[in-house]
Design a protein around this ligand. Structure first.
Ligand code: URA
Length: 433
């Protein structure tokens, strides 16, 4: 086989066979095909797309490029969730204990954040003593004991995606639906859960800027998952503003505890209940409506919060952290950002809020940077709210950046205020089963 023939075929919109795709991915991982030829192929995919069949073959070849986890040691149905990424997205910290409290098994391998995106693993590391590096045997034991574990990705999982994603990042080839689908699904399939829920975000702060593109990606991922004999479902959800109030590591864990305690009932709560109900339904716990009720009950009776405490204790942290936010390191500096006009909030640009949070020290500019766990932003207002000049829109926190005014200016510019009233759509846009 010859990589030039493969590039030319995709350039001419001719279909590639399973053998050609598998050979290309294997040869790339082995270093036989250089980056510049794969870059040319990726760009051809961006222009001409791939068929469903080709996307399936690509996903399969990527999944098989490294280790695959065997979760057969878990005693029960396992359900994993993947979100296509959002600012302030702490849903994994909420839905894992909610579903585990209902009896579902939730094995979760998560990543760290880079740039303005936050990583679940960084959030958990803001809890003193919390171990994210857990060996596979312990991982299975913790899941069997507590129902859920969230650990850092380890081992040699999907090396093809590591190489391809790094290359896509620097060649302007990230935003292709079949490439995003194969990247996400190969990782989900390699981590071994029986069922997969996909949360596809759409809006200003998402990869998929339009609901139409989000729908296409969601449908394709569900088809690929089902072709690999997984139970699969996708929800399309709104990302036109940060999710919840907090952006930043310990701030987000504290907010997750507020949701789990039942004290915070907002759009984030609604989304977490929708995600949990879909996961429980996938796991065979009943129909959607009864699963939704079950999830809500676990919040009301305190079992979901107690489950997060169990998870933290099992991974080396202090279980009381979920009941007492003073156990987190406290920020040294803060700055309130006030509205400079009267009106209604029409948009809060998530990416800009993410960039501002990065400037407070909450994220990494490069892989080697250390994170200030106390840093970030707490929003007081959301899209649709009426505001008056001088109202506090948000507060910035840090222990490493003494002058928060630059970050504050960026955050203020992320908020659009208009004179007309604003109608706010539902957080759930569609469900694909
Ligand atoms: N997330 C991924 O894991 N891969 C993509 O290509 C895009 C988002």
């Amino acid at each position: 086989m010859n990589i030039i023939d493969i590039i030319v075929k995709t350039k001419r919109k001719e279909k590639l066979s399973r053998e050609e795709i598998t050979w290309m991915i294997d040869s790339y991982v082995e270093g036989i095909i250089p980056d510049y030829q794969i870059s040319a192929w990726l760009m051809a995919v961006c222009f001409n797309s791939l068929s469903e069949e080709e996307t399936f073959y690509l996903t399969e070849a990527m999944r098989d490029s490294g280790d695959k986890l065997d979760l057969s040691g878990v005693d029960g149905v396992t359900v994993d969730k993947h979100s296509t990424g959002g600012i302030g997205d702490k849903t994994s910290l909420i839905i894992a204990p909610v579903c585990a409290a209902c009896g579902l098994r939730v094995p979760k391998m998560s990543g760290r954040g880079l740039g303005f995106t936050g990583g679940t693993i960084d959030k958990l590391e803001s809890i003193e003593g919390f171990r994210v590096n857990v060996d596979f045997e312990d991982y299975i034991n913790i899941i069997n004991k507590n129902g859920a574990a969230i650990i850092a990705q380890s081992g040699h999982l999907v090396p093809a995606d590591k190489k391809l994603y790094a290359l896509r990042d620097v060649t302007g080839t990230v935003d292709s639906i079949p490439l995003i689908c194969s990247s996400i699904m190969s990782k989900k399939l390699a981590t071994g859960a029986d069922c997969i829920l996909l949360d596809v975000k759409t809006g200003s702060g998402a990869f998929m800027k339009t609901a139409e593109d989000a729908q296409k990606l969601a449908e394709l991922m569900v088809k690929v998952g089902k072709s690999c004999n997984k139970k699969c479902c996708a929800v399309i959800t709104d990302m036109n503003e940060p999710l919840g109030n907090a952006v930043g590591n310990s701030l987000e864990v504290i907010e997750a505890c507020e949701i789990l305690s039942g004290r915070q009932k907002d759009r984030l709560y609604d989304l977490c209940m929708i995600l949990s109900a879909n996961m429980l339904e996938l796991g065979g716990f009943g129909n959607y409506d009864s699963c939704l009720e079950m999830a809500k009950e676990k919040i009301e009776n305190g079992q979901a919060l107690e489950k997060l405490a169990d998870m933290i204790e099992a991974q080396g942290g202090n279980r009381n952290t979920v009941y007492d936010s003073s156990l987190f390191a406290q920020p040294q500096y803060s700055l309130e950002i006030k509205s400079d006009s009267d009106g209604f909030i029409s948009q809060i640009n998530s990416e800009e809020i993410g960039m501002s949070a990065l400037m407070t020290g909450a994220g990494r500019k490069s892989k080697e940077d250390t994170i200030d766990f106390t840093a970030g932003i707490v929003l007081n207002r959301h899209v649709g709210d009426a505001v008056k000049k001088g109202d506090v829109l948000m507060t910035l926190y840090s222990s490493t950046v003494t002058d928060l005014s630059f970050a504050g200016e960026r955050a203020l510019n992320a908020v659009c205020i208009q004179s007309e009233k604003v109608t706010v759509g539902n957080v759930l846009i569609n469900t694909i089963k």
